[in-house]
Design a protein around this ligand. Structure first.
Ligand code: ADP
Ligand code: MG
Length: 325
């Protein structure tokens, strides 16, 4: 089983940023409102994620580390809808197979916290008492210590940290209700405070995409026949070249050419040749999309892609038409 975990780890755990992604998504799934991320040496020395979510009960700690143990799928319908989000019960097992992993957690019902430790090839998980407020802390130490080939594949600490920082920006925009803090080598690098008002959301957008982008961005809010698109589009008057092209489907960041194409086409029809930045969130019936094309790459396949494309195109077209000149 350990070999199977390490093979699975190859798919899920490419680099420190993919560990951060899996762990933060778990925190969000657990209903956390605050997530603290501490990184040492680009994540190769330490990745620590602390949340104030629901926590993991004592007798489920060891289970959480075993493969295909997920608490998130209950029915076949859940499975179909949710598979698309990558709930496969593999992340913790995979990460612990290539690191020294400590999981400390307390649920609201428990009076004490408990800690589980697993290291590389060692499958017997030890559970001991610990001190921790409600929520979970997952500490991943010495990532890839037992898979030297993969460890050698890591880039410089700075590059690995940049991947983490860039990924967090994308999540922090989509989840502006969550407080995120990110440190590197003990130094606070990012602090995203929860945004509950329009002004605070605007501030978070400015923090991540720049003041000019946030001040001039066009608001997108469009709904039609079960599809809904919201977010921000770089103003055609703002000629700053940006690499902000963030697209989310049902709250998850995905990569897809369809949205790029629709945005570009709407701008071209408006006589604007450059590709603007955007932060766009699409919501639709989860049965209408497969996000599962590759577990870590986040590609999507829409069942009615033409229809989705034209919906996005029209949403952008009407935002451009309503734009104050
Ligand atoms: P998945 O997220 O696909 O269910 P994971 O391996 O990522 O699988 O996690 C396994 C299980 O451990 C989850 O289903 C959840 O029950 C529990 N878990 C992991 N991280 C947390 C967390 N931060 N807070 C609460 N529960 C967690
Ligand atoms: Mg998970």
């Amino acid at each position: 089983p350990q070999l199977a975990n390490q093979i699975a780890a190859g798919e899920v755990v490419e680099r420190p940023a993919s560990v951060v992604k899996e762990l933060v998504e778990n925190s969000l799934d657990a209903g956390a409102t605050r997530v603290d991320i501490d990184i040492d040496k680009g994540g190769s020395k330490l990745i620590r994620i602390r949340d104030n979510g629901a926590g993991i009960a004592k007798d489920e700690l060891a289970l959480a580390l075993s493969r295909h143990a997920t608490s998130k799928v209950h029915t076949l319908d859940d499975l179909e809808a949710i598979l698309s989000f990558g709930f496969r019960g593999e992340a913790l097992a995979s990460i612990s197979s290539v690191s020294r992993l400590t999981l400390t957690s307390k649920t609201a019902e428990q009076t004490e916290a408990w800690q589980a430790y697993a290291e590389g090839s060692q499958m017997d998980v030890k559970v001991t008492p610990a001190a921790h407020p409600q929520g979970s802390t997952i500490e991943v130490v010495d990532l890839f210590f037992n898979t030297p080939a993969r460890r050698r594949f890591l880039k410089s600490d700075k590059t690995e940290f940049t991947h983490i920082d860039e990924w967090l920006k994308r999540i922090a925009i989509a989840r502006s209700d969550i407080h995120f803090a990110l440190t590197h080598n003990g130094k606070l690098v990012r602090q995203y405070r929860p945004a509950n008002t329009e002004i605070q959301s605007q501030q978070r957008l400015a923090q991540i995409c720049g003041r000019a982008f946030a001040d001039q961005a066009l608001n997108i809010a469009c709904e039609h026949d079960g599809l809904s698109l919201s977010g921000y589009l770089q103003s055609p008057h703002d000629r700053v070249i940006t690499d902000t092209s963030f697209f989310y489907v049902n709250g998850r960041l995905v990569r897809d050419r369809l949205v790029n194409h629709a945005v570009k086409q709407a701008f071209a029809e408006h006589g604007i040749e450059h590709q603007p930045g955007y932060v766009l969130m699409l919501a639709l019936d989860p049965h209408q999309v497969d996000v599962n094309v590759h577990p870590a790459k986040h590609e999507v396949r829409f069942h009615q892609s033409r229809y989705v494309h034209d919906f996005i195109l029209q949403a952008i077209q009407s935002a451009l038409l309503q734009m104050p000149t």
